[in-house]
Design a protein around this ligand. Sequence first.
Ligand code: AMP
Length: 393
Amino acid sequence: MKYLSEFDFKGKKALIRVDFNVPLNVDFEITDDKRICAALPTIQKILNDGGSAILMSHLGRPKAQEEKFSLKHIVSHLSKKLGIEVKFADDCIGETATQLASDLQAGEVLLLENLRYHKEEKKGNAEFAEKLAQLGDVYVNDAFGTAHRAHASTATVAQFFEDKICGLLMAAEVDNANKVMQNPQEPFTAIMGGAKISDKILIIENLLDRVDNLIIGGGMAYTFFKAQGGNIGGSLVEEEKLELANSLIAKAKEKNVNLLLPSDSVIADKFDNEANRKTADNMDIEASWMGLDIGEKAQAEFAEAIKNSKTILWNGPMGVFEMSNFASGTISVAEALVEATKNGAFSLIGGGDSAAAVNNLGFAQDVSYVSTGGGALLEFMEGKELPGIKALG
Ligand code: AMP
C-alpha cells in the first residue's frame, strides 16, 4: 500500500474520496464539520506538493437528486477552511466535471456533486467508476467512514489507477484501531452501549478474546437482564437475542472476562426528557417504567474499571443521552475516560453517538483518538477486511 506522506503530488491531479457526509440543518448549514476538518491535512499536503485536488463524496441517502443532499452546501465552508476558492461541478461525471477537472491548476481544488445522485455509486458499477477515474491522475482514499462499503468511488475506482494511495486520515484511523486490537496494554476495557446488541454481536464476540473488562450499558443492557430473569418493565429489549445474551454471559465467564452490566438504572414513566424519573435495580423495573440511563451506582462501578485500565475502547452511549435528564451516565463514562487518558491510558472512541458525546462535551482533545468511522470502525474491529482499504492494494 502507498501512503500519502511518501508520495510527491507535484503536477498531479489527485482524485480523492473524502467523507463529507456531514449533518446539515434546515437552512443547509453544517452543524458539525469534524469530517471536513479531518480531511484537510490530506488535501493540504497534496496542494503544498504542487498538486491539485478533485474531491468526491456522498452526502446522506438521496433517493433522487434532492437539493438537501447537494454538496454545493459544503463549498463555502470548505473554501474558508482551505483559504482558497473551491470550484464546484454540479455533476460528479459528464462534460462539466471533465472540463473543470482538466482545467484545474496546481494548488486548486474541485468538489464534485454528490456521488449518490447516481445509483451506480452504491452498486460499485465499473463503468461509472471508470468515468470518475478519468478525472484524476492518481487516486487517494481518505474516507474511512465509508471504507466498509464496496462502492464505485471507495473500491471499484481503484482498479483504474496505478497509484492508489491511502490518505492521512485513513492511515491514522487504521493505526489507532490497530493499537487497540493488536497487543493492547492491559488491563484492556471495552465499553459497549447504544440501542441494540444485534449491531454489535460480532465485535463483542471478537472482544471477548481480547479484553479484561467488558462494560455493557445503554439500551442493549436490558436484553441481558431479561435473559437473566429480570423484570425490565418497558425498557428496550430484543426478544430474539435473549439466548444470545445468556451465551455471551457464559462466554465471558469461560474466557475470564469481567463482564460489567449496570447495577442500577435511571428509569422513567415515559420516553420523554420531562418524564418522572427514579433509580431502580435492573432486575426489578416496574411494568410501566423504562430504563433510560445507567444509575449512579453503575456510573461509579464503570468509572472505577475505566480508571484502572491502560487501553479503553468505547462505542455507544450509556443512555438516551440526547435528552439532558438521561445523559449523566454517558457524561460520567466520558469523564472517566478523560481521567484514565491523563493517567497514561490509550483511549479510542468509536464513531457515531459516543464520538458526538465526546465532541459535544469538549473532551475530544482529552482522549487519545476519536474515530470518524461508525460502522467502518466496528467492521474493522470485527476483523473484517474493509473493501475501501483492500482496494488500495
Ligand atoms: P446505537 O446506534 O446502537 O449506538 O444506539 C444509539 C442510540 O441508543 C442513541 O440514540 C440512544 O438514545 C439510544 N439509547 C441508549 N440507551 C438507551 C436506552 N436505555 N433506551 C432507549 N434508547 C437508548
